[in-house]
Each structure stands twice: as structure tokens, then as C-alpha cells.
Design a binder for this molecule. Structure first.
Ligand SMILES: Cc1ncc(COP(=O)(O)O)c(C=O)c1O
Length: 454
């Protein structure tokens, strides 16, 4: 693990990063006009109800990012020797406190959740190649795991000889128990024929459909059942739901800071528990820091722009302008997204995909069945239609009908499509009304997805 003393001696102590102009004291809470101004670079013609995919960055934080970039360009050698490492440490210390980690050495900054997954899965590959895991040992993941994480599991685990088991989750879903019961079944399958389950990859908030997964309970079950390692893919979590990595108790936990914590793309943290088998964790991009612990390896992966990782203090300053800071933001976003989800479901005569307590600042809202969303391709085409013709940006999930044989005759009563709506501080009621009215218009016009050409 990293030695701070050594690192500071090598890199100097100048951690006082640039900070954009700020008044002596900001009015707290931030006003609506100030929020509009912070996000005035958004395309104001678009109802942006999809914070989940790419997040958002206020101008206060992007100004800070530009100052970091200029500081590097002004005197790169000074920046490299004296500024970069202590400034990264500042960001990591803030994250450590936000997630209740024991030690800053457990927190590494990486580009994104995809990179964090590569770090975790690469050491699983080596365990297979070096014989500490045996061919056929299992890795369990959720059926709704994110696409690139699923592919990474294939690339790093299946190819190394691991057997992958998917946990089929119910959707719509009514309770944690439904998820826990499917998870237990998958673990039992993983352990059948004398196999070992070496790794469980569990989302904290699934991407599509979006559901908050009971990760603490699933991690506890993994421990009981002798699963070697637990990796929580919490790409959507920080700034969205409470994170307490000590309480959850997983070995590895990653979250993007550019989704819900107002950082620019791209930055994520990877938390690795001290007592986890983390000794063999390495960044896939190797530099001269190789072997000095993941936080230091990740802190220098060659010449590049590190500014997104350096603006965490500015992002926290922004967050603290809101009543209740990040806790207040989370609470209000959750309440608002539930209210908007209910309003839309009522307007269309549909329902929510999960009870409010299983959602965060995103919620799944059933779409009118008469739109006839019949495939994931339909969902993508309809999403593009809403963007192009109605200026609404919202992801759509296709939920294939369960236990259904043959052609669907009556679509009107069947919800096969769900919107994943988000709420972030910049959203206003009008955004959701634009979606509601666009769908009402399509329904009135007798539109179906079949009318959209490829
Ligand atoms: C659950 C989940 N995991 C991983 C990712 C990948 O995040 P990134 O593209 O920032 O690496 C996402 C992106 O939305 C996600 O939703």
C-alpha cells in the first residue's frame, strides 16, 4: 500500500489547487436562478430527463477543471513533481469520508466504472491462469449487469476458464425478497457439482431497468456461502444513494463521480477493502508506479489530462451550496422523481416498475401498451423519435412479456416498455410535462413503433 510520506517527499506538498472565483460567502441554499445559470450550457430546448447516462457538470466545476488544465500547461514539470499527487490525495480523502472508508489507501481514482471492472476482473483472470482458481469455478452476476461489465466478465473470466452464472431478476419487481431469493438460487447453482463461486458481481443500482439492489444483504449471503470475492458495480450510486462501504462489506466497490456527483467526465473511485485479496490488483495501464499499490498506480498512467480527478473539492463546494448538502440533494431528487413518475403513470394509465423505496433518483415508468414497443430496437428507435421530434431525452427499456407464447393480440393492456426517468437539481416540472404531452400526442395520433423505419 501507498506510503504518504514517501509520496509527499517525491511530489511536494503543494496541494492548493486552483479554484474558480467565488464570493466570500454564497447564499445557502442556492437560488433557482443560480441553478439555471450553473447549467446554462445545457441545450435549453431539450427536456433532459436522463441524468443517469452521462451525469451533468455545473459551470463552477467545469471552470475549476479548466484552471487545473491551464495550471498543467503553464509549468508541466512543476505540476508533475509538486502538484498532481498531493492534489489527487485531496480528492481521495474527500471520497473516503463520503463513503465511510477506513483508510484513504483503500480509495483509488480511475477513469470510470468500466476501468474499475477491468482492474477487478484482471486479477480474477490471473487467479485462473496461476492455478489459485480452477477451471469451471463460477462467477455470479446479475442478468441486468451493465453491458460493458458483462462483456468484461466474458473477456477476463470466461476466456480464462471461469463459468458464468446470471441471476435472473424479476421485473417489474415488488420487493427485495424477490431479488434475494433469485440470488440464493444462482449461488446454489454456482456451487453445484462441487464448484466454488469465486466472485459475485452485484450492481448497487442496475442501469436498465433501474432498481436499487439490496447489496448489503447479498454481500452477507455471499460471505455465508463462501464466495471468495464480492465486487459491487455502483456506477450510479455516489450522490444518488447513501454509500457506507464498511457497512456493505464488499471487497471491491466502484462508483462514477461524473454521473451524480457533478464531476466532469470521466472519473470514478474504486474502493478495495484492506483485508480483501487486493495485493494483486493492478491498473491495466502500466507505468513506472507498477507494484506500489493501486492508488499510486492509478495516479499515474502516463501523460494525460487528470483534471476530472482533481475537481472533487470543487464539486463538493458546489454540493454544499444546497440545503443539506449531498444528503439534501439526494432526498429531494428521490422525492421529485417519485412524484414525477406517479404523475406520468397516472396520465398514461400505467404503473411504476418498482415501489419507490427500491428506486433512487431514477424510476421506471410504464409506457402505454398501444405504442407497441416490441423489441430493444423499437425502444431505441422510439427514443430517437422523441429526441428528434419532441426534444425529450429519456432512455427506454423493453421488457419482454413473460410466459407468453405466440403473437400478442391486445397490446393496449400490456406494458412492454418503460421509461427510465431521472431527476437532478436542474430539472423542472416542464421537462416531465414535455414527455407526458409527447406521449399523449403519439397515443392520440394512433402511433405505434411499427411506423418507425430502421
Ligand atoms: C451499472 C453500470 N455499470 C457500469 C457503467 C459504465 O460506466 P462508464 O461508462 O462510466 O464506465 C454504467 C454506465 O452507465 C452502469 O450503469
Amino acid at each position: 500500500m501507498e506510503s504518504h510520506t514517501e509520496d509527499q517527499a517525491e511530489n511536494g506538498q503543494d496541494a492548493n489547487g486552483p479554484s474558480p472565483k467565488k464570493p466570500k460567502s454564497w447564499p445557502v441554499p442556492i437560488t433557482d436562478a443560480e441553478i439555471r445559470s450553473e447549467f446554462s450550457h445545457h441545450d435549453l430546448a431539450v427536456a433532459r430527463i436522463n441524468n443517469g447516462s452521462f451525469g451533468s457538470c455545473p459551470s463552477y466545476v467545469s471552470a475549476a477543471q479548466m484552471q487545473w488544465q491551464l495550471q498543467f500547461l503553464r509549468q508541466p514539470d512543476h505540476f508533475y513533481f509538486n502538484v498532481l499527487q498531493p492534489s489527487l490525495l485531496r480528492s481521495r480523502l474527500l471520497i473516503k469520508d463520503l463513503i465511510n472508508a477506513d483508510d484513504v489507501d483503500e480509495v483509488s481514482l480511475v477513469d470510470n466504472a468500466t476501468t474499475a471492472a477491468a482492474i477487478v476482473l484482471q486479477q480474477v483472470s490471473w487467479a485462473f491462469f496461476q492455478g489459485s482458481f480452477s477451471k469451471g469455478d463460477a462467477v455470479v452476476m446479475l442478468h441486468y449487469a451493465y453491458g460493458s461489465v458483462k462483456k468484461s466478465i466474458h473477456a477476463y473470466v470466461s476466456r480464462a476458464g471461469g463459468h458464468v452464472i446470471e441471476v435472473p431478476l424479476p421485473f417489474p419487481v415488488a420487493s427485495d425478497d424477490e431479488i434475494i431469493s433469485e440470488f440464493r438460487k444462482a449461488l446454489a447453482l454456482g456451487k453445484s457439482n462441487g464448484r466454488r463461486v469465486r466472485l459475485a458481481v452485484i450492481d448497487h443500482i442496475t442501469s436498465m431497468p433501474s432498481v436499487v439492489i439490496p447489496v448489503k444483504e447479498l454481500t452477507r449471503i455471499c460471505r455465508e456461502e463462501g464466495v471468495d470475492q464480492v465486487f459491487i458495480d455502483a456506477a450510479h450510486a455516489i450522490g444518488n444513494i447513501e454509500i457506507d462501504v464498511k457497512d456493505i462489506g464488499a471487497d471491491f466497490y466502484t462508483s462514477n463521480l461524473h454521473k451524480w456527483l457533478f464531476c466532469p467526465p470521466a472519473v470514478a473511485f474504486l474502493h478495495t477493502r484492506k483485508c480483501a485479496a487486493s495485493a494483486d490488483l493492478h491498473h491495466p495501464v502500466v507505468s513506472d508506479r507498477y507494484g506500489r499499490g493501486l492508488p499510486l498506480e492509478s495516479g499515474w498512467i502516463g501523460t494525460r489530462d487528470y483534471s476530472a480527478q482533481l475537481v472533487v473539492p470543487s464539486a463538493m463546494e458546489f454540493v454544499n451550496r444546497f440545503d443539506g448538502g449531498i444528503v439534501g440533494i439526494r432526498k429531494r431528487n428521490h422525492e421529485k422523481v417519485v412524484e414525477m413518475g406517479r404523475m406520468l403513470a397516472e396520465a398514461w394509465g400505467t404503473c411504476l416498475g418498482s415501489p419507490p423505496e427500491m428506486c433512487c433518483s431514477m424510476i421506471m415508468v410504464g409506457m402505454p401498451g398501444c405504442l407497441r414497443v416490441s423489441s430493444s430496437e423499437d425502444a431505441l428507435k422510439l427514443r430517437a423519435h422523441l429526441r428528434d421530434k419532441f426534444h425529450v431525452e429519456v432512455p427506454i427499456y423493453y421488457n419482454p412479456p413473460k410466459n407468453f407464447e405466440g403473437q400478442i393480440k391486445d397490446f393496449s393492456s400490456m406494458v412492454t416498455g418503460y421509461f427510465r426517468i431521472s431527476h437532478q437539481v436542474y430539472n423542472v416540472l416542464e421537462d416531465y410535462h414535455m414527455l407526458r404531452d409527447a406521449i399523449n400526442k403519439l397515443v392520440q395520433d394512433g402511433f405505434t413503433c411499427r411506423m418507425l423505419c430502421s
